[in-house]
Ligand binder design. Structure first.
Ligand code: 13P
Ligand code: SF4
Length: 308
């Protein structure tokens, strides 16, 4: 099918099935343009919790994101266009491992990054995203925190919460964790006027060199809040698309910190796979009832503590 025809069919099927298309900001530009809503993990999961008028959600992102949508909207059909779009960091902890680990720290609160499987979320007390992790953890009424799975986000949060003791799981994002001090120094030398914006999934020594630290949405909002300027971008390449859509974009110049900042799992979604997903209703997120219930408790606890 030609591109134009594909776009028309997607639009028709969306209407017929009362469906909405959500896309994370790391998705390919044409998928972000196709989506009804784009955002970071927090914005998209909040959207699923707040909007009940759609019967079907097509989630263009990675597996854990579509699972989160299902947990927050269990009555809806949640589909992911590419069933193999996973998150290697989420795969670094299993529910079984976490269950065993928790036994060593009976008084600790388990804080789990949204980049985790539904089964791991179901073993957790509260979920966080990179947008709200610091605020949520500050609002937890406990002194000991088990932070799962991202050691980099965990140590970033720990620095902002010196009154709490952190036990960090040793997971990481293979894309962000590759960023080095040398790469930042080289980028700063090449672009001395540029502001360095970074995602907290990068190693601590890289984060320490940043002018701004935040989730994908926070990075986009920060750049948008400035009239113009030059920026070094320390997160996945997909954010260059929303950054370039800002109304003052012609007064801004963006340099990706490294060409290695590409999450392959995020890039496999295509117009064809979105079309197939809507037409054949593949691949549906099916989760066990008790996993949904327990994971929903932890996700709703996040929403409550983030709004406090
Ligand atoms: P955000 O929470 O900023 O959307 O990031 C998700 C992610 O997968 C980062 O690698
Ligand atoms: Fe997972 Fe990293 Fe890809 Fe985000 S960028 S989805 S954390 S592998």
């Amino acid at each position: 099918m030609e591109r134009k025809e594909l776009l028309c069919e997607i639009k028709r099927l969306k209407k017929e099935k009362n469906a909405i298309i959500l896309a994370h900001t790391y998705q390919p530009a044409e998928i972000q343009e196709l989506a009804d809503k784009t955002g970071d993990s927090y914005a998209l999961s909040k959207f699923c919790a707040d909007n009940s008028e759609y019967d079907t959600i097509v989630f263009c992102g990675v597996h854990f994101m579509a699972e989160s949508a299902k947990i927050l909207s269990p009555e809806k059909k949640v589909l992911i266009p590419e069933k193999d779009a996973g998150c290697p960091m989420a795969d670094m902890v299993t529910a079984e491992q976490l269950r065993e680990f928790k036994k060593q720290y009976p008084g600790a609160v388990v804080v789990t990054y949204i980049n985790s499987s539904a089964a791991v979320k179901a073993e957790s007390d509260v979920i966080v995203t990179s947008s709200n992790a610091v605020k949520v953890v500050k609002n937890i009424d406990a002194k000991e925190i088990i932070f799962v799975p991202d050691k980099n986000l965990g140590s970033y949060v720990a620095k902002q919460c010196p009154d709490k003791k952190f036990i960090l799981w040793q997971g990481y994002c293979p894309v962000h964790n590759k960023m080095t001090v040398e790469a930042v120094k080289a980028a700063k030398e090449a672009h001395p006027e540029a502001k360095f914006m970074v995602h907290p999934e990068c190693p601590g020594e890289v984060v320490a060199m940043a002018d701004f630290v935040g989730s994908t949405k926070a990075i986009i909002d920060y750049a948008a809040s400035l009239e113009g300027g030059e920026f070094i971008v320390g997160t996945e390449k997909g954010v260059l698309h929303p950054l370039s859509c800002d109304k003052n974009a012609e007064k801004k110049l963006y340099h990706l910190l490294s060409e290695e900042l590409i999450c392959e799992d995020m890039k496999i979604t295509t117009l064809e796979s979105v079309y197939r997903c809507l037409k054949d209703e593949t691949h549906e997120m099916i989760l066990e009832k008790d996993v949904i219930e327990n994971a929903a408790k932890a996700l709703n606890e996040m929403l409550r503590l983030a709004e406090k």
